[in-house]
Design a protein around this ligand. Structure first.
Ligand code: 6PG
Length: 474
């Protein structure tokens, strides 16, 4: 077999197949392999005009033979053990300069470990986060890279070519060593969960508080997509709301079960945030809401037992613009949490995460792409403590916060669950209360464990309350 392919790609599931076509469409030759070999033939047929740039490889040895050295091999296999198995099967066939790129949704700890293992074995390895679903993979995803910089530089021209473009600028950025790329992708997904949950909550208020039918909800989302909320997620929410079930003729939203699935990346964001002491309460609320949604039988029993009498008798009156402004405020606050988590992670893991460039790489191609991310990129360049303290977002949030308070208040009064909106509001209220209530926590800790506290009137720490001797001698 002639060694003329520029890239190898293993794993021809939906995302892998789309990525291979995207790479081929950009003029590169791609050698493709899939564990179930029948799929390779099918894929070549699906490839149509692009098939001449694809080399089918029934075995890994064929794939290696088909590639120009130094080889670049992209893995698009399910995250987890399958990636390790694939690396183990490939390594004996490769030479020292051959590069393996894991482009799946890996846990960043796995990418960090694989990077260390690769370095010890003398091979380069990259872990890259790829966002944008099947359409993004085919026509331009957002790419968050991690691993050795020289390895990134080697494939950057191809990654920039296949990536989404924002005003001509490719959405493909190197985030740092080790697992940095997959960490940024994980936070992207945590924000994705929160953004989706906030939108779902505004849908819930429209459906259950304002008694609007899906078609009317769709119109609202369409209008919102024209303003500050312009984003892929608002756009598709409008499309979901307006769709009709071809089988029953009913609105699709009335037919879909209210149990959300999840593959785990949102949960990983919450776990990592907890490990780093970063407050991401809106993301945590979104993960918890998905968890709760997954037990409809329990919720049915709950509704039957408590009958929601209060809820049904409480009238709710909210204008469309108030709801929109509440969503804008909630969205800004959840992004503020995500960016804060990235800053803390960079410190902990020794990465120099390019904060404005992260917002830039999310401006196109990925699931959370939105108009607001451009403003966020500009704001983050000023290196603030928190996104909402930058002049543009401080003004915006000050203007929109009353709406968030009004919406959360109305929803709570009507027993409509708004966990992400409420978390966003509480985050804001906590962040803007100079004297909070942790003095009581410190008093309690000192009381039962002599943990000591700092005083407001003196420097230093380790002071104790008068209760200590009394309590210990009792
Ligand atoms: C993306 C998405 C994608 C993710 C799906 C499903 O950026 O393209 O984040 O990577 O796998 O959105 O995620 P859940 O199944 O966890 O909702």
């Amino acid at each position: 077999m002639a060694s003329e392919a520029d890239f190898g790609l293993i794993g021809l599931g939906t995302m892998g197949a789309m990525l291979a076509l995207n790479i081929a469409d950009n003029g590169f030759r791609v050698a493709v392999h899939n564990r179930t070999t029948a799929r390779i033939g099918e894929f070549l047929e699906e490839a149509g005009d692009l098939a001449h740039r694809l080399t089918p490889c029934p075995s890994l040895a064929d794939l290696v033979a088909a590639l120009k050295p130094p080889r670049n091999i992209i893995l698009m296999v399910p995250a987890g053990q399958a990636v390790d198995d694939q690396i183990a099967a490939l390594r004996p066939l490769l030479e020292a300069d051959d590069l393996i790129i894991d482009a799946g949704n890996a846990n960043f700890h796995d990418s960090a470990r694989r990077a260390v293992e690769a370095r010890k074995a003398g091979f380069p390895f990259l872990g890259i986060g790829v966002s944008g679903g099947a359409e993004g993979a085919r026509f331009g995803p957002s790419i968050m890279g991690g691993g050795p910089r020289p390895a990134w530089d080697r494939v950057a021209p191809m990654l920039s070519a296949i990536a989404a473009k924002y005003e001509g600028q490719p959405c493909a950025t190197w985030m740092g060593e080790g697992g940095a790329g997959h960490f940024v992708k994980t936070v992207h997904n945590g924000i994705e969960y929160a953004d989706m949950q906030l939108i779902a909550e505004s849908f819930g208020i429209m459906r259950d508080g304002l008694h609007m039918r899906p078609a009317a909800v769709a119109d609202v989302f369409d209008r919102w997509n024209g303003g500050l909320l312009q984003s892929y997620l608002i756009e598709i929410s409008g499309k979901v709301a307006e769709a009709t079930d071809p089988e029953t003729g009913q609105p699709m939203l009335d037919i879909i079960q209210d149990s959300a699935g999840q593959k785990g990346t949102g949960r990983w964001t919450a776990i990592e945030a907890q490990m780093l002491g970063a407050p991401v309460s809106v993301i945590e609320a979104a993960v918890a809401a998905r968890n709760l949604s997954s037990n409809p039988a329990l919720r049915r029993a709950g509704e039957a037992l408590f009958r929601r009498e209060n809820a049904e008798s409480t009238p709710i009156s909210l204008g469309e613009n108030t709801l929109r402004d509440a969503l804008i405020a909630g969205k800004i606050l959840c992004y503020a949490q995500g960016f804060d988590l990235l800053v803390k992670a960079a410190r902990e893991h020794g990465w120099d995460l390019p904060m404005p460039a992260i917002a830039q790489v999310w401006r196109a191609g990925c699931i959370i792409r939105s108009a607001m991310l451009d403003n966020m990129a500009t704001a983050l360049a000023t290196a603030p403590d928190n996104l909402i303290f930058t002049p543009y977002f401080a003004d915006l949030i000050a203007g929109k916060l009353p709406a968030l308070r009004q919406v959360v208040g109305a929803a709570v009064g009507a027993a409509l669950p708004v966990p992400a909106m409420a978390a966003a509001l509480t985050y804001f209220d906590t962040l803007t209360q100079a004297r909070g209530t942790a003095n009581m926590i410190q008093g309690q800790r000192d009381f039962f464990g002599a943990h000591g506290f700092a005083r407001t009137d003196r420097a230093g720490t380790g002071y104790h309350g008068p209760w200590l001797n009394q309590h210990l001698s009792e």
